[in-house]
Design a protein around this ligand. Structure first.
Ligand SMILES: Cc1cc2nc3c(=O)[nH]c(=O)nc-3n(C[C@H](O)[C@H](O)[C@H](O)COP(=O)(O)OP(=O)(O)OC[C@H]3O[C@@H](n4cnc5c(N)ncnc54)[C@H](O)[C@@H]3O)c2cc1C
Ligand code: SF4
Length: 439
């Protein structure tokens, strides 16, 4: 049974991505009691699924490791994974939260030795790799990723009640598997709430003309991050999902589902930078044989990112075409996606009138899909002010509920972390006021 010790001076953080972790650690390190509730079996959020960060092209694992160490060392911070907040009652300084915790079927005795994973036979698509999950499946007993915090295996609920669950239990030398674990509901007090549930990739299936649902060699930018990662489904090789052929000639389509009233209204800002970064992955993989073509409306490389953009632009292996791609069709003989549209700047290059139509084939197409806030107003456990793009507003009527990171806007990691630190400060002020009135 999970026991949560909390008072109305406790800060509840919902979502354990880089923003939630930052807010929780900043508050806990000032001496506040913090409870962090994370839906998935591990903290770190979507940055754990990125290969490298722009602009420095360093690995996200680096910063995450530091945060995970800070979290382990801080007795003020309680992390509950596989959990969601189902209700929040009360007001600033005096909330009661209800949290539903799903069974992990593995307890704290787990050493992550992996014996259970080796013992089970069942395999499932690996959700960590988004839509490429079928290329490298995971077992029914699994560690979500190598750097997962907590370093504890999880049993897929689909194997519970099968022989595989029993095999996993028998394989564990540490008595860490508990097949009797049940869903739990816990209730505890909190003075302030930080909502840091981040973003989800826009559903590319909804952009019908691009055929993501029909063509294997049209993938999304989040999938491309997984593909480029040596720990990903292709071992870091840029290969076509349809036939495993090397993908050397790659097109990137910007604003796929963003800045469009039929999809996401807002500019996700990150996707331009993500594509510029991903052209580096192509170069690193194939050298001069790797060719990237970026189809864009305009490139949004804000502030200090302009230098990064200019460097990519200077690379002769990266071509930029100003055009909103109209549709993608398929060359059925070789599986190549064909991009169709109009190059609105062609007159600048050839001096011949311009607005040339193109139908160009590539090995692989990457859709630079946008970031959709994972805030669902309908099921939100407390009244909250949300803007028309779906992000939480910094509104006084939200009382002691503050948004951190991408729950507040489409942000890169640096900005998300800064914003989360600000949210921690606001939450601390609320619980300090409670302490002041009670003390
Ligand atoms: C293709 C792509 C590439 C990118 N590359 C870079 C890059 O190179 N450099 C960079 O700076 N930025 C990059 N970004 C942006 C970066 O991913 C975000 O800035 C970062 O993920 C924001 O972190 P977050 O904690 O706000 O959100 P998330 O990472 O989304 O974390 C939110 C957490 O909340 C949890 N959660 C969600 N709902 C609930 C719930 N109801 N209850 C409990 N928990 C919940 C989630 O499981 C998750 O752990 C990229 C984005 C994209 C799309
Ligand atoms: S549950 Fe047991 S067998 Fe599986 S990884 Fe943990 S300690 Fe090893």
């Amino acid at each position: 049974m999970t026991e949560v010790i909390a008072t109305n001076q406790t800060i509840l953080v919902v979502g354990g991505g880089i923003s939630g972790l930052t807010a929780a650690l900043e508050a806990a390190e000032t001496g506040k009691q913090v409870v962090l509730v994370e839906k998935r079996p591990f903290v770190g959020g979507r940055v754990t699924q990125l290969y490298k960060y722009f602009p420095k092209l360093c690995f996200p694992t680096c910063g995450l490791e530091i945060n995970q160490r800070r979290a382990k060392m801080n007795p003020n911070l309680t992390i509950i994974t596989m959990a969601e907040v189902t209700d929040i009652q009360g007001e600033a300084g005096n909330y009661t939260a209800t949290v539903r915790i799903s069974p992990r079927y593995v307890n704290d005795k787990c050493t992550a030795c992996g014996d259970c994973g080796r013992a089970v036979e069942s395999e499932f698509d690996n959700e960590f790799n988004y839509g490429l999950g079928g290329l490298a499946k995971r077992k029914g007993a699994y560690l979500p990723h190598t750097m997962a915090h907590p370093q504890q295996y999880v049993l897929d609920p689909r194997i519970i009640g099968t022989d595989d669950a029993q095999k996993a239990k028998e394989a564990c030398k540490y008595d860490a598997i508990d097949l009797e674990m049940q869903e739990e509901t816990v209730e505890f007090k909190a003075g302030a709430v930080i909502w840091a549930t981040g973003w989800r990739p826009y559903d590319a299936n909804r952009i019908q003309p691009y055929g993501y649902d029909r063509f294997d060699n049209v993938i999304t930018n989040v999938e491309f991050e997984r593909m480029a990662d040596p720990k990903g489904p292709t071992g870091g090789k840029l290969l076509r999902p349809s036939d495993g052929k090397e993908a050397k000639n790659i097109a990137f389509i910007q604003c796929a589902g963003s800045r469009d009233k039929n999809h996401l209204l807002h500019c996700s800002r990150i996707c331009c930078m993500a594509t510029l970064k991903q052209t580096h992955f192509v170069q690193d993989a194939w050298g001069d044989e790797g060719k990237s073509t970026v189809y864009y409306i305009d490139i949004r490389a804000i502030d200090r990112f302009e230098d990064f953009y200019q460097n990519v632009k200077a690379n002769p292996n990266v071509k930029f075409i100003k055009s909103k791609v109209a549709s993608i069709t398929l060359n059925r003989e070789n599986g190549n996606p064909i991009l169709n549209g109009v190059d609105v700047e062609s007159y600048n290059r050839d001096g011949n009138g311009g607005y040339d139509r193109y139908s160009t084939e590539y090995d692989l197409v990457v859709l630079a899909i946008g970031m959709e806030p994972s805030v669902d107003k309908e099921s939100f456990p407390v009244d909250i002010s949300i803007n028309e793009e779906g992000f939480i507003e910094p509104a006084p009527e939200n009382g002691g509920v503050f948004a951190a990171g991408c729950a507040s806007d489409a942000l890169d990691v640096n900005r998300a972390v800064q914003q989360a630190t600000g949210a921690a400060l606001r939450a601390i002020q609320v619980v300090n006021r409670v302490a002041g009135t009670e003390g």
